[in-house]
Design a protein around this ligand. Structure first.
Ligand code: MG
Length: 373
């Protein structure tokens, strides 16, 4: 690792693990966390989970696995440029979506509705629950026993009610404190990642057109640059050249503005980072363009009738599965039978949240289709 800035998270200033362990040398503590995430069951399942599209709809689209790898790549670039902990941003990026339900945002909304009388369902909290409790790989403890700073980075948002139950980790949501700069950057790397690949996936699936994209300023100014440099470029290459320029612009702007914010705030250590205002940020101009892109995607891609049809299907599948297991918990696989006695709704939610898109569809068929017993 390169020299870390004084305000970076390091092995030396880490608050450590819930269950103390011996040194991971020659690895750093955060390399060990990354390795644990990469070898986990929930990480492998990300390959068959989607954000906007259903996994079986085509190989063209990003899955949560490729999304997480792209976010890790962007976050590492940001961290290295700012002399922050690259190992930490890598593990946070790779783990940030582990708790996502099948069928992307639609699945999360559906499961949250099912759980409304039982404490709700938040995918960030579920990612934390996955690494803290649900992974079963070690003799000495449940979960992966990750470092405090890794867990803090995974928990991007949290309702105050839930934060109160999380002890030290939930404190910042109750007392208006910030997470590490590494966690702040991962959050924005995630946004850079999904906005840009949703543009790419949206165009390739023809749910949005290049003409529509030209109405979005950040797209228009970069595509104009590409056309000037390559007047005869094909649409396919135009899309990639434009998207990579947008990612580059956003990353460079984020690095520069964050460096300015750090200098202005004068933070010299991690404690001061936690007490300062949010320091990782885009410049005002780029922030406006970035927000405009988000709004465009919301109106034209996420609300596209083909996407809404899938959203509708996801609600039905998740709702029906939830009700069936709540009515008859004996339908759950054997490894859930013990847990379901302690907390039925949460166990059912854990089972459903862990499903991949295609597993959820097959489970639906197994339970409800007469032709497939
Ligand atoms: Mg994400």
């Amino acid at each position: 690792m390169l020299n870390l800035a004084s305000y970076a998270v390091s092995d030396q200033n880490s608050r450590g693990r819930l269950h103390p362990e011996s040194s991971p040398a020659p690895r750093t503590e955060f390399q060990r966390d990354r390795d644990r995430v990469v070898h986990s069951t929930s990480f492998r399942r990300l390959e068959y989970k989607t954000q906007v599209f259903v996994n079986h709809e085509g190989d063209l689209f990003r899955t949560r696995l490729t999304h997480s790898i792209e976010v890790a790549q962007i976050a590492r670039t940001l961290a290295r440029a700012l002399q922050l902990n690259e190992d930490l941003v890598e593990v946070v990026a790779l783990a940030h979506d582990l708790g996502h339900t099948p069928f992307g945002h639609a699945g999360q909304d559906a499961l949250n509705a099912c759980m409304s009388d039982y404490g709700g369902f938040e995918h960030n909290l579920q990612s934390l629950r996955t690494v803290d409790l649900l992974e079963e790989r070690y003799g000495a403890f449940d979960g992966l026993n990750l470092c405090f700073e890794t867990r803090e980075g995974i928990l991007k948002h949290c309702a105050p009610k839930n934060a109160a139950e999380l002890g030290e980790l939930g404190e910042r949501f109750l007392h208006d404190k910030r997470p590490s700069l590494e966690a702040q950057l991962c959050n924005l790397a995630d946004e850079i990642g999904y906005n840009n690949h949703d543009v790419d996936d949206g165009l390739r699936s023809e749910l949005v057109t290049i003409e529509q994209m030209e109405t979005v300023r950040i797209w228009a100014r970069h595509s104009a640059e590409v056309r000037l440099a390559f007047p005869k470029i094909t649409d396919r290459r135009l899309i990639h050249e434009t998207v990579r320029r947008m990612i580059n612009t956003l990353a460079i702007d984020l690095i520069a503005q964050t460096a300015r914010n750090i200098a202005e705030a004068g933070v010299t250590n991690i404690q001061e980072v936690r007490l300062a205002k949010p320091l990782a940020a885009f410049s005002a101009e780029v922030y406006i363009e970035h927000r405009e892109l988000k709004q465009f995607l919301r109106a034209n891609l996420y609300q596209h009738y083909k996407v809404l049809r899938m959203t509708n299907k996801a609600h039905r599948i998740i709702g029906d599965l939830f009700r069936a297991f709540m009515d008859q918990p004996q339908l759950l696989p054997p490894q859930y039978q013990q847990k379901v006695k302690h907390n039925k709704p949460r166990t059912v939610a854990d089972y459903i949240a862990g499903m991949t898109d295609r597993y959820a569809m097959r489970e639906y068929q197994r339970l409800f289709s007469v032709g497939d017993i």
